[in-house]
Design a protein around this ligand. Structure first.
Ligand SMILES: *Cc1c(COP(=O)(O)O)cnc(C)c1O
Length: 230
């Protein structure tokens, strides 16, 4: 068994235990394998172990892997910041974009999505605690952007994602994740049909699942430590 296969089994066990502890069905939580800085061979190993959803931060690096692994049935999620001059690459190669935080980027993605592809699946990135990254809309601005994104023809708004600052312990992590879940619930209460709350990483996926996450983004616990900074 490869290290990646073993790691995936460990992560799957953590997910199952976290769902059970939270009284949730395992099928409510999608595992996104974050393969940034790892090569196409590592992604292929994870796929051989049953993994189909992959997240990437660096667009050019990602496109190389997406092209190289075109023969596999994979779903690729862009989870890194997107500059205007990269929207075309994203629109042409990815299945999901989780980091939309400006209307201008959303409009370009919609315009540039090739007609023969299904709509891009989109999450709005919400900056819940002002920390970790400066990316993301503030919670009070999420609804306006969500309504604008939902109206774009080649985008399908699925939910929100957030990258909060690492918390010191489980309770503190749950408090931040609960505030993100509240933003998600508020959006749904306005009538938006959303099903994706992307939060939680290797170190805090249990707290995220406890707090209602439907998608955890896990890199280190599957592929090992990254050499390159992120
Ligand atoms: C790198 C990254 C992850 C994965 O982080 P790990 O701690 O390695 O699990 C998740 N989400 C985003 C947005 C990332 O950039």
């Amino acid at each position: 068994m490869t290290t990646i296969e073993k790691n995936l089994q460990t992560v799957q066990s953590r997910l199952a235990a976290a769902c059970q502890a939270a009284g949730r069905n395992r099928s409510e939580v999608c595992l996104l394998a974050v393969s940034k800085t790892f090569d196409a061979g590592a992604v292929a190993q994870a796929h051989a172990a049953g993994q189909t959803e992959f997240g990437e931060n660096y667009i050019q690096e990602a496109v190389q892997k997406i092209v190289a692994l075109h023969h596999l049935d994979l779903q690729w999620h862009c989870i890194g910041p997107i500059q205007s001059n990269k929207t075309r690459l994203v629109a042409e190669h990815f299945d999901w974009v989780q980091t939309v935080d400006r209307l201008k980027i959303a409009e370009r993605l919609s315009e540039q999505r090739p007609a023969h592809l299904p709509p891009l699946q989109v999450c709005i990135q919400v900056n819940a605690d002002g920390g970790a990254t400066k990316s993301g809309v503030l919670p009070q601005d999420a609804l306006a952007l969500a309504q604008q994104v939902a109206a774009l023809p080649k985008l399908h708004l699925r939910g929100i994602m957030s990258i909060p600052e690492p918390a010191p312990d489980f309770a503190a992590a749950c408090a931040v994740f609960a505030s993100i879940k509240a933003v998600f619930d508020d959006l749904k209460a306005t009538g938006l049909a959303l099903d994706t709350l992307s939060m939680g990483m290797s170190a805090d996926l249990e707290a995220a699942i406890h707090s209602g996450s439907t998608m955890v983004r896990v890199g280190t616990a599957i592929f090992g430590g990254r050499v390159k900074a992120d």
